[in-house]
Write a protein that binds this ligand. Structure first.
Ligand code: SF4
Length: 412
């Protein structure tokens, strides 16, 4: 490999990292350097999250240690057989870059992933060394998210957790079938076993926090990422898999990343990327399951027999249109769980309704102040002065409540 300077390496390795969506920094422990100790913080002014137009978080220094890899996953631009320019940072170079970017307030922390070089253990050792040096040699208190390698020694993965805020292990594809076809060197069971190890280590560390000096392990938990649209998995397959991962390994987040065609793509991959709206609908479903009390089966019902969520309406509205017998919902009497099912009402609006109705009976005007479009809400609600009667039973309800169509991206 020709010798490259750090700037050229950064160009190559930041570009190679852009396919990874799982870099949000929510939910970590509060830590700062006020009082003159250490540098950096995970909170306060000056820390912001920027998103690229395609929705990916860019507020962390997001790089690969190297884009060389001994594996040959078909969907990956860094795979062994890919004809891309290769580069590799030393652990020290990544540490220096992170500190330099942080001091200039360009980033709030580091997201570090890597192709696999020599062996999973060797690669993991290098990744851990970056985080160890930042924390121990430089007292770095900013955010660190490390990608871990499923086949690495669990002790190395535990060390990664000790030095970072969040660790993640990519599940890659929603089905074992897809994984076998597109990443034959990876093994779904080993990936899940590694997630289980991390979940146990996080639990053990949380139990030990009653001892003052016990190290905290990945306080922002673990996350994973699934590639959407590279194989034939349906939205129902994806949602069921995500829900099982949340339940079994206490994941903080599952990220969905619409497959992007890569240069010199393998013939087994689709030629076109899926619509970005598909990724968005999956995030909305994820949100419904985590904050609105929806069960995975509800999302599967919204998707219908094809297993694909409609792209023109959100999954909550799709579920409501398929369950007309559950509506209209009386805003003055219904329990919170049912209020959360009303299309167009968010958690904040539902909480406001619950607080206000203790004092008085709510009228349509009261609700209009809480929502963007009362017209779209009307068929689903009963208020003191409103009952939808015939509207709720109309066969052509969907066009009345669906958001207006938007011009699609010309080059999407
Ligand atoms: S192991 Fe990771 S970096 Fe290597 S080819 Fe597979 S997805 Fe790409």
């Amino acid at each position: 490999m020709a010798q490259l300077d750090v700037r050229h390496k950064l160009e190559i390795l930041a570009d190679a990292a852009k396919y990874d969506a799982s870099c949000a920094s929510s939910g970590t422990a509060k830590r700062d350097s006020r009082g003159g100790k250490g540098i950096g913080s995970t909170e306060g002014m000056g820390i912001c999250h920027a998103y690229a137009p395609d929705g990916r978080c860019i507020s962390l220094l997001k790089i690969l240690l190297t884009n060389s890899c001994i594996f040959d996953c078909h969907y990956c631009v860094n795979r062994k057989s890919s004809n891309v320019r290769r580069a590799r940072f030393t652990a020290k170079e990544v540490v220096d870059l992170t500190l330099a970017f942080y001091k200039r307030n360009y980033v709030e922390g580091l997201f570090l992933s890597s192709g696999i070089i020599r062996s999973p253990d060797y690669t993991m050792e290098q990744i851990v060394e970056v985080a160890r040096s930042l924390r121990e040699d430089h007292d770095f208190r900013g955010y660190i998210h490390l990608k871990t390698i499923p086949d690495a020694d669990p002790e190395l993965v535990r060390l990664a957790g000790i030095h970072s805020d969040r660790v993640s292990i990519n599940i890659e594809l929603p089905t074992e079938r897809g994984l076998k076809r597109l990443a034959p060197e990876k093994d779904g069971q080993r990936i899940e076993a590694a997630m289980a190890d991390v979940a146990h280590a996080i639990d053990d560390a949380a139990d030990a926090t009653r001892y003052k000096h016990a190290p905290r392990l990945a306080p922002a938990g673990q996350s994973t990422q699934m590639i959407v649209g590279a194989d034939s998995a349906t939205d129902s397959d994806i949602v069921l898999r995500a829900s099982s991962l949340y339940g079994r390994y206490k994941l903080r987040r599952v990220y969905y990343s619409a497959f992007s065609p890569i240069p010199d793509a393998s013939a087994v991959l689709p030629l076109r990327r899926p619509p970005l709206m598909r990724e968005h609908r999956l995030y909305q479903s994820d949100w419904l399951m985590r904050f609105y009390g929806f069960q995975p089966q509800d999302v599967v019902a919204a998707a219908g027999p094809t297993g694909m969520l409609p792209l023109d309406i959100d999954p909550k509205l799709a579920w409501a249109l398929k369950h007309r017998e559950r509506f209209p919902v009386d805003l003055n009497r219904a329990p919170k769980e049912m209020l959360l099912r009303i299309p167009g009402l968010g958690v904040k609006a539902v909480n406001a309704i619950l607080a206000s109705r203790r004092l008085r009976r709510l009228r349509l005007d009261d609700i209009a102040r809480l929502t963007v479009s009362i017209a779209r809400l009307r068929p689903f609600i009963v208020a003191e002065d409103w009952r939808p009667t015939l509207l709720a039973d109309r066969a052509d309800l969907k066009p009345l409540v669906a958001p207006p169509r938007e011009q699609l991206e010309l080059f999407g």
